[in-house]
Structure formats: structure tokens, C-alpha cells
Ligand binder design. Structure first.
Ligand code: AMP
Ligand code: ZN
Length: 461
């Protein structure tokens, strides 16, 4: 089956072909860890997860890297405000990002490289650009020389753009199009600085991703993803550096997700119109938020409203009722190489540039058809098998069925025994032994959900 993806460099849907036959390398621009992530950020992070899951559905193994930007002006500003130290700040929001990713059923990436762990490699990369005369030094600030690179303008028509990089103005660059690779130390930077042969300073954002991507995935990668705001200048500038230095195509496909909009504006920390994802997770289930984010096509803007979230919640209820009525008892999906009927149409929609709204529509029409049979008491064994297969395939992408919805599977005696002892250990406040038993039970394929007064065993996904 052909997978089509919209490539921002050609502005067209293209047949996807990976460099290696079965493995896809994928670099995703991750969070800047200076504040709590908002729902807009997670629109983009859930989109990364969608791309990955659809690739897996197509039989690929995915080698995914999501970087952690922990050197940045905003981080320095916050440390300078005095409330929190550098390490503490970046560790806090790095952990928060990973925790919320887990809550939203985002599959773990293979690597999460942090900028601050790779500054040496960035210095080497900048030096190589200087040696090849693609970069120049003005008072310890190093800039990329766009005049030397004839292909500048992959994503935009540079002559017509009025929003050329202004963030490095005042640092001495020769040309408005040029951008910083390295910023020399200023008093405000305090201890957040590294030694280089050009003096103290720090790498700039576009160089950080260029180095982390090539270092972890090689000089040409299959897919590079980000939110649409990163197309220019961030991705333009990442790409210019890598392609100039390594004389290679940096990424074969560039995928960008549109913004999440709140009150007519892009949700952003600088505009102050943000919905913190942690707060939302206290209000709505992770499944509801995930379904809301996936119910619009990734290349369309998505408008936040409480009504839409409560619609998503109702949709989840409907799916859960259906899951129960066909008696699904596992969420294990072993990959289906031979989908047919409505399930096949669902897969085809996703393969058509990740058309999640169409795929959802097909799934709900299917549920309606089967529900009608349930009401007429004419649901056959075949219908049940077909439904189970489709639900599992659906959930391998959307990930919105919570294991607690499954019909109760009988818990093996051995697991029950261990759970009983664990309960006793908890009563005796022997937390160490209780944790050890929890791990043992988990190894046997069961998870314990604790509430204040009891524990419940659920099958591990
Ligand atoms: P940041 O933490 O600001 O570096 O952003 C991390 C990711 O979130 C980037 O890929 C951004 O493009 C994306 N992003 C930021 N704001 C929004 C938004 N309102 N809607 C969708 N994606 C966003
Ligand atoms: Zn990046």
C-alpha cells in the first residue's frame, strides 16, 4: 500500500520512500524547556506520534529523535529573574514534557538529546562551516553567510519575505538574511556559557538542531517534523547549514503541523493565551484530549473550545460502549498485514497524508452499522471478529481506549496471590516490598491501579 505525505519543500503530497528499506529516521523539533508545555505544543507532539504510528502501521521500524532545547534566550531570562537555577529549571520542564507525553500515550522516542550535552560537537560543526567559508566571526559572534549559499530559500521566497530574521540584529551581521550560529557571552548569560576558540558563548538554536539531527541520524534523514512556525527561519536555517557543509540533502521529507488556536490567535507563551496541558489533564481525560487533537487534519488549524472537548468525551463514551458490546478483552495489536472492508478504507485514509478526520468518520460509520445490528439482535460472530480487528487497528493509531474499559479478564491465581500480599505490605506501610511486588506483577503482564482504599488489576497493554 502506498503512503503519501505532504512534503513542505515541494508543497505536494508525495509517495513516501525511505532511504533504507524497512527503517525510517525521523527528527522532531522538541520543546524549549523553560515553562510548562501548553496544548498547542502537544498538538504538534501528538502529530509526531501520529506520523510514527502510521509509519509503523506500514511495516516500518522508526528511529525517532526528539531534541530538548535547553540553551535558549528564554531560559537565560528566566534564570536571570532569580527564582530558579539553570539545571533545576531545565530538568523540571524536561521531566514535565516526558511525563505529559506518557500521559497522552505518546510513544517514547529512541533518543531525547539535550543541547547542553553536545556543545562540543556544535563548536566542531561551526568551525567546519568557518573553514569552508560559509560562516564569519564578528566580535565573537559567528554568523552563517547566506550570500555564499545559493540555495537559501527552501521554504519561502526570500525576496518577498518581510519577516527576515531579526532576532540577531545588533550583533553585527553583514546581511539581514544571515543568522547566528554562535552568540558571544554577555553579562546576562552568567554561568550559562561554554569555552570555544572564539571565546566564551553558546550555540544558537538553528545550529543546535542541525547538529543533533545529523549526529544522531546521519547526514540525510527521511523525515523532519515541526510545527508550521518552525518552517522559516528555523528549518530553513537548519537545512542551509547542513546542506552547505555536508553537501547532502538534509531531509527527504519535511512535515509541518498547523497551529492550535485559542481566541482567534495562535496559542503561545509569549501571547499569554495558553492552556497548560497539566491543568487540562485535571479537567479532561488524556483520551479525550488526544481524540480532540487528532480529530482535525494536521495541516488544518485547530480551534480550541470546551464544547469540542466535551464532544470528544462523548465520542470516547460511544467507542467504549462499542468495545464492551463486542466483548473486547485485550488491546494487544500484533500488526495487521491484511486489512479489508471498512478497516481497509480507514488505513487508506491514514495513508493519504494522515487524514485522521476521514479515518475517524469511517470508524464511526462502522460503529453505527454494527450498533444497528446489535439493536436488531443480528450481530454475527463474523461481525464481532471484524469489529475487534478494526478496534485494535484503530486504537494502534488513535490510542484512546483505556484498558479499564475491556471486559474483565480473569486474573491468574498467582497474580492474585502476589497482589494480595502487596495489599498487606501497603497496609503495613512496607513501601519497598510493595513496589517490588508491583514490579513482579508487571513482569507477569498485569498493572495495578491504586486508589486510596483498594487496588485493581488491569491487563498491561
Ligand atoms: P517550543 O517549546 O516553543 O520550542 O515549541 C515546541 C513545538 O511546539 C514546536 O514544534 C512548535 O512549532 C510547536 N507549537 C508551539 N505553539 C504551537 C501552537 N499554538 N500550535 C501547534 N504547535 C505549536
Ligand atoms: Zn529544531
Amino acid at each position: 500500500m502506498i503512503l503519501k505525505l505532504y512534503n513542505s519543500t515541494t508543497s505536494q503530497k508525495e509517495d513516501f520512500k525511505s532511504i533504507s528499506p524497512n527503517i525510517v529516521s525521523m527528527y522532531c523539533c522538541g520543546p524549549t524547556v523553560y515553562d510548562a508545555p501548553h496544548l498547542g505544543n502537544f498538538r504538534t507532539f501528538v502529530f509526531y506520534d501520529l506520523v510514527k504510528r502510521v509509519l509503523i502501521q506500514n511495516g516500518f521500524e522508526v528511529n525517532q529523535v526528539i531534541n530538548i532545547t535547553d540553551i535558549d534566550d528564554k531560559i537565560i531570562d528566566k534564570v536571570n529573574s532569580g527564582a530558579i537555577g539553570y539545571k533545576e529549571l531545565t530538568a523540571k520542564f524536561n521531566d514535565m514534557f516526558l511525563q505529559h507525553s506518557l500521559s497522552l500515550n505518546i510513544q517514547e522516542a529512541n533518543q531525547y538529546p539535550k543541547t547542553s550535552d553536545h556543545v562540543e560537537a556544535m563548536i566542531g560543526f561551526i568551525k567546519a562551516l568557518i573553514d569552508k567559508e560559509y560562516a564569519y566571526n564578528v566580535d565573537g559572534n559567528i554568523f552563517f553567510d547566506t550570500e555564499k549559499y545559493s540555495k537559501y530559500g527552501k521554504f519561502v521566497n526570500i525576496e518577498n519575505i518581510d519577516r527576515l530574521e531579526s532576532e540577531d540584529d545588533g550583533l553585527g551581521k553583514k546581511n539581514q538574511k544571515d543568522f547566528a550560529l554562535w552568540k558571544t557571552w554577555k553579562e546576562e548569560d552568567g554561568d550559562i556559557t561554554w569555552e570555544s576558540e572564539w571565546g566564551k558563548g553558546r550555540p544558537a538554536w538553528h545550529t543546535e538542531c542541525a547538529v543533533l539531527a545529523t549526529q544522531s541520524l546521519g547526514k540525510t534523514i527521511d523525515i523532519h517534523c515541526g510545527g508550521v512556525d518552525l518552517k522559516f527561519p528555523h528549518h530553513e536555517n537548519e537545512s542551509a547549514q547542513v546542506e552547505a557543509l555536508l553537501d547532502s540533502v538534509f531531509s527527504n521529507y519535511w512535515l509541518h503541523s498547523e497551529h492550535l488556536i485559542l481566541e482567534e490567535e495562535k496559542m503561545s507563551k509569549s501571547l499569554g493565551n495558553i492552556l497548560n496541558i497539566g491543568d487540562l489533564l485535571n479537567q479532561y481525560s488524556a483520551e479525550t484530549i488526544r481524540l480532540f487533537l487528532l480529530s482535525s487534519h494536521y495541516r488544518s488549524k485547530i480551534y480550541f473550545s470546551d464544547e469540542k472537548l466535551s464532544d470528544s468525551s462523548k465520542m470516547i463514551d460511544k467507542i467504549n460502549r462499542f468495545v464492551k458490546s463486542v466483548g473486547l478483552d485485550t488491546l494487544d495489536h500484533n500488526g495487521d498485514t491484511n486489512p479489508s472492508g471498512d478497516y481497509l478504507r480507514f488505513v487508506e485514509s491514514l495513508n493519504d497524508d494522515l487524514n485522521t478526520p476521514e479515518a475517524l468518520g469511517i470508524f464511526f460509520d462502522f460503529i453505527n452499522k454494527k450498533n444497528k445490528k446489535i439493536h436488531e439482535d443480528s450481530l454475527s460472530e463474523e461481525d464481532i471478529e471484524e469489529s475487534k480487528k478494526f478496534i485494535l487497528g484503530f486504537n494502534s493509531i488513535f490510542q484512546i481506549i483505556h484498558p479499564s474499559v475491556l471486559i474483565d479478564e480473569e486474573v491468574p491465581e498467582e497474580v492474585q496471590k502476589l497482589a494480595f500480599i502487596r495489599e498487606e505490605m501497603r497496609d503495613k506501610k512496607n513501601w519497598e516490598e510493595a513496589d517490588r511486588l508491583r514490579e513482579e506483577i508487571e513482569k507477569m503482564g498485569w498493572l495495578i491501579e491504586d486508589s486510596e482504599s483498594s487496588q485493581k488489576l488491569v491487563r498491561k497493554k
